[in-house]
Design a protein around this ligand. Sequence first.
Ligand SMILES: C[S@@+](CC[C@H](N)C(=O)[O-])C[C@H]1O[C@@H](n2cnc3c(N)ncnc32)[C@H](O)[C@@H]1O
Length: 182
Amino acid sequence: MNIDIFLQNLKKHGIENEIPNISEVNARFLRDLIKIQKTQNMLEIGTANWYSAINFALELKNTWGKLTTIEFSKLSYDSALENFKTAWVSENIHAINGNALDIIPALEEKYDFVFIDGMKRRTKDFLELVWNKVSDGGIIIVDDVIKFKEKMIWFWEYLEDNKIQYNIIPIDKDDGIVMIIK
Ligand SMILES: C[S@@+](CC[C@H](N)C(=O)[O-])C[C@H]1O[C@@H](n2cnc3c(N)ncnc32)[C@H](O)[C@@H]1O
């Protein structure tokens, strides 16, 4: 199997079925971050059909790292279980079917890279819950911060109130990400 074609098809399937996957440009950028950081332990909030998760896991194979990814839709979770088996990344993905708001407090590990891509209105809650689980110098990326800016009012307030430094990166023509280095 050609993994690039597999990912292109998965992305195409996402577009056809209106699944809000990260763009191919964003996937490339985030994979490069994993490569540069030599990420060991990554957490993703919002798996959907695993397009981002498989991209991350493929890169994490090279850094000997692993990904924990959380998705609360049983339908999305089940529909894509085959995808990650097909992409030969099952060994370095730990997939959890549940609400990240309940799951994160129970996570006992530290993460050096967190990708927040769940329900936009809860972005502040995800960040607040995950903060103490991110190692010093760790990377936190929040997706869709331009397109859904107004759904994230509490997130922007939280950054302001806690004097958290961040960069907004307009990653592609469609949208941008926030990058926080803890
Ligand atoms: C934007 S999509 C994720 C896209 C995926 N990261 C990708 O790029 O391929 C958001 C996903 O987050 C899930 N989600 C939203 N809120 C969640 C929560 N509180 N806990 C777990 N999953 C959540 C939704 O069901 C949806 O599948």
